[in-house]
Design a binder for this molecule. Structure first.
Ligand SMILES: Cc1cc2nc3c(=O)[nH]c(=O)nc-3n(C[C@H](O)[C@H](O)[C@H](O)COP(=O)(O)O)c2cc1C
Length: 184
């Protein structure tokens, strides 16, 4: 096995972070890994909004949970009402990934970039978790306007990053193995 494959397999969604902010050099290396992802038509149709303001992160978490609490889907509404949940698990840095609407495959490209960033973070022993539930916030234009995302880009999801705060490793969710067929 080599380091890259080991890093890919070691990456887990981390949901407990220390309060310490990550170093700028690490943040830049993670963002750089994102922009080196492949893209359809080489469009590179992404924009990254780095949020490190605790007030802003708490605001988004609170608002998103308010919206989730009103959902007709029971599990979403239950999560929205949970007092314990912080949408970003109090991560010190959150990267919002947005895609350019009029490009070839923005959602796919942004997903590739997000995974690149999660793996790069793991390689630096920085924890990450991909948060899709923030879409409940993104459904509200007046809220999205607070993020200064450039015109023509739509926010898809968030990647939370920070130093891991765990006494024991996160258990790897069982992987489905029966998902490959071969034609030789
Ligand atoms: C598109 C997407 C959306 C996700 N949204 C959330 C989320 O809102 N909150 C959360 O805690 N984890 C979220 N996750 C993380 C998954 O729960 C996690 O990747 C999965 O359970 C497998 O665990 P692992 O990442 O440790 O391998 C999301 C992952 C993806 C790819």
């Amino acid at each position: 096995m080599n380091n890259v494959i080991e890093t890919i397999k070691n990456r887990r969604s981390i949901r407990r972070f220390t309060e310490e902010q990550i170093q700028d050099t690490h943040l830049n290396a993670i963002l750089e890994a994102g922009i080196f992802a492949p893209t359809g038509h080489n469009d590179q149709p992404w924009h990254f909004t780095v949020i490190q303001s605790k007030d802003m992160l708490n605001y988004i978490s609170t608002k998103t949970k308010e919206f989730m609490a009103k959902s007709e889907e029971e599990w979403i509404s239950a999560m929205g009402k949970s007092e314990r949940l912080h949408l970003f698990y109090n991560a010190p840095t959150v990267i919002i990934v947005s895609g350019r609407e009029n490009s070839y495959s923005p959602l796919i490209d942004c997903s590739a970039a997000t995974e690149n960033m999660a793996i790069a973070a793991e390689s630096l022993n920085i924890g990450s978790v991909w948060v899709g539930l923030v879409n409940h916030f993104f459904e509200h234009k007046e809220e999205v306007s607070k993020l200064n995302i450039p015109e023509g880009y739509v926010p898809y999801y968030a990647l939370c990053i920070g130093y891991k705060n765990m006494s024991k490793p996160v258990k790897t969710p069982e992987r489905k193995r029966d998902v490959i067929n071969y034609i030789k």
